[in-house]
Design a protein around this ligand. Structure first.
Ligand code: B16
Ligand code: MG
Length: 218
């Protein structure tokens, strides 16, 4: 194991909850039903793809011009940014800071593969930026998760082979992306939402360097 490539939302911090709340407000304003089960489909995919899925659910795909959709996505992001402006280092999920410290001390590469354009801001708010050898620039990625491109780019940025990498994700689209990249996939969540993962943990508190190395070598 030469590198670990992290997802952000739902793995490093629970901003997945803020995405849920921000999309929920927009969906309510548009009269579209929205719940946690449906929200699972939005995890790991881009802002515009998320909006398309929400509008499709309300049979409103044809109701808005591209310009309107841009405005709706901007409105959601403004609400999301309002919520994440209050993020502090205490919002780092359990076990993550100690894992980053262990990886750093062991000389194992650390990269971020988040679909979020707000990722760098959130890492700064969490005071974790210095741990990351690479933060993949999502605006330069042509194909989002479940395509493996973002994880392959993370490995390339670190100068390591995909087979020597572990990817950690909380979304089904992300697990697909990690496996498509030929990496070892760790899912955070329930097994039914993490199909194809090599191992699944219920909480990030279960993650550690020794635990990852043990499973990686199995
Ligand atoms: P933004 P991740 C993803 O982040 C979220 O899971 C997904 O719900 C969101 O739509 C996407 O980022 C884009 O985020 O609107 O901030 O650019 O899980 O890949 O870290
Ligand atoms: Mg995620």
């Amino acid at each position: 194991m030469k590198a670990v490539i992290f997802d952000l939302d739902g793995v490093i911090t629970d901003t997945a909850e803020y995405h849920f709340q921000a999309w929920g407000s927009l969906a309510a304003a548009l009269g579209i039903p929205f719940d946690r089960e449906f929200n699972e489909q939005l995890k790991g995919i881009s802002r515009t793809e998320s909006l398309d899925k929400i509008l499709a659910r309300g049979n409103l795909s044809e109701a808005y011009t591209d310009e309107d959709k841009q405005e709706l996505a901007t409105r959601k992001n403004a609400e999301y940014q309002r919520l994440i402006s209050a993020v502090t280092p205490s919002d780092v999920l359990p076990g993550i800071k100690s894992l980053l410290t262990e990886l750093h001390d062991a000389g194992i590469g650390i990269a971020l593969a988040s679909a979020s354009k707000n990722a760098a801001f959130i890492l700064d708010r969490l005071e974790l930026t210095r741990y990351f050898d690479s933060v993949v620039d999502v605006t330069a990625i042509r194909h989002g998760k479940p395509d493996p491109e973002i994880f392959l780019t993370g490995a390339a940025n670190l100068g390591v082979q995909p087979a020597d990498c572990v990817g950690i994700e909380d979304a089904q689209a992300g697990i697909q992306a990690i496996k498509g990249a030929g990496m070892f996939a760790v899912g955070v969540g329930t097994p039914s939402q993490m199909q194809g993962a090599d191992i699944v943990v219920a909480s990030t508190a279960e993650l550690s360097l020794s635990m990852l190395e043990e499973h990686f070598c199995e």
